[in-house]
Design a protein around this ligand. Structure first.
Ligand SMILES: [Zn+2]
Length: 429
């Protein structure tokens, strides 16, 4: 009983900390800013402690989006962000037949020489000690507390657009994974930054987790980037594929990859249903099936997009001259970040007629090609996992503790087979 009371008191403390992290001006003028307040200027020589203090003042008086805008400007003045980081990357839009969406590809000039750091022992590129370090003297961050855990927000060295921010857990310890907490973190973040799109990579390296050893999320901040929502969040529901229970609307979307969108005004129910649908998918092929997540707040509604992935479905080998890295949350979301290709024939095909090439990428990573409606309909109508599925996932989690992040489960340890017909059976088709 005493332990329960202590836990309850801790919970209250955590919630009150949450509120202090959000901050609200005590008195507000017509401009939405407290009287006598002047936005502090972030100077290039300011240390991390001072930057945090100044950013906190901006958050308290104006809000988180404004603080993030200042942090990005600081990145340029301190030399951490290169002047070309956001400019000079040509972006091309294209259509794919059957979808009324503007898909895009961006040639990221700075990222062309980027080599993923993963695999170098003891060299985590996103740990807290990298901030203000010898290697990144101009990198600063904004620390905040969310759902009782400490996080920091920083600009990535190769942002894909203005307002691209990474939210990183302050302690290195939890591997990158989509958890129930991911949904709770995303939905809580949107209360602080309602114009943002909160995105999560999947749980495994081969289906988009770029730094699998450290939990982090991606935030696209449209207030700073000036719009440009990801095509996946613009996709429309398919006729006749909608369900609703406990105030949570669920729809299958018309999109080249399997996507279900959930929406509700109730964050708790929304997280419960979204997590249930993720668990059902993961239980089919534990250690290989995962998802990419996108979350937004639109008016009073919270929305979650679940995009189904599996590490068994990877980039087409023939197109590796166009993109050799795994498709991440941006690419499957409809915006491809590409390096400068050294293959002139590929460049010509890409520029003259991009749709067939990118359709091949989508088909290649689609784990439900040809059976999407059938399987997604099962997830839609029976969103919560059975006891058997929960048991499978508990075993998987034990197994994952013994596996090095990024290496994923070896095939021999995975009981289920990956054939699409097997999936049908699992879902009771
Ligand atoms: Zn780390």
């Amino acid at each position: 009983m005493a332990a329960v009371s202590a836990a309850f008191v801790m919970l209250i403390c955590v919630q009150s900390l949450d509120v202090s992290a959000v901050g609200k001006p005590h008195s507000v003028t017509e401009n939405g800013v407290g009287p006598g307040y002047h936005r502090p200027r972030l100077m290039p020589r300011n240390n991390q402690a001072l930057i945090q203090k100044k950013l906190q003042s901006i958050v308290d008086n104006e809000g988180l989006p404004q603080a993030l805008e200042e942090l990005q400007s600081y990145g340029y003045s301190s030399g951490y962000l290169k002047p070309k980081a956001h400019t000079g990357n040509p972006v091309t839009s294209f259509k794919i037949e059957g979808y009324d969406l503007d898909f895009r590809y961006q040639i990221n000039l700075l990222r062309s020489n980027y080599v993923p750091k993963y695999g170098r022992a003891g060299n985590c590129p996103i740990c807290w000690d990298v901030v203000e370090s010898f290697h990144k003297p101009g990198l600063r961050a904004y620390g905040l507390e969310l759902n009782g855990r400490k996080w920091f927000l920083q600009n990535p060295p190769f942002p894909y657009t203005y307002g691209h921010v990474v939210m990183i857990e302050k302690t290195h310890g939890r591997r990158m994974a989509v958890r129930e907490g991911t949904l709770k973190d995303g939905l809580a973040y949107l209360d602080l930054d309602p114009e943002a799109t909160f995105c999560s990579n999947s749980s495994y390296y081969w289906s988009s987790a770029s730094i699998p050893e450290h939990q982090h999320y991606q935030i696209i901040h449209e207030r700073i980037s000036g719009g440009g929502k990801l095509p996946v969040v613009m996709a429309k529901p398919k006729q006749g594929y909608c369900e609703e229970s406990d105030g949570v609307k669920r729809s299958i979307l018309n999109y080249p990859l399997p996507v279900i969108r959930l929406q509700s005004q109730d964050k708790k129910q929304l997280a419960k249903y979204a997590w249930g649908m993720i668990q059902r998918w993961e239980a089919i092929l534990p250690g290989r099936n995962s998802v990419n997540l996108y979350m937004r707040k639109e008016g009073e509604n919270y929305k979650v997009w679940i995009l189904y992935r599996s590490t068994n479905f990877r980039n087409p080998k023939r197109l590796k001259n166009l993109k050799s890295e795994n498709l991440g949350y941006l690419e499957v979301g409809g915006e491809f970040i590409l390096p400068v290709t050294k293959d002139p024939e590929m460049k010509e095909r890409r520029d003259k007629n991009p749709a067939p090439l990118f359709e091949r990428f989508f088909k290649s990573v689609n784990p439900l090609l040809g059976i999407e409606n059938e399987i997604l309909q099962k997830l839609l109508t029976q969103p919560l996992p059975t006891e058997e599925e929960r048991k499978i996932l508990r075993e998987k989690n034990q197994l994952l503790k013994r596996v090095k992040p990024g290496s994923e489960l070896p095939f021999s340890q995975v009981k289920q087979r990956s054939r699409r017909s097997q999936r049908n059976k699992k879902l009771g088709a």
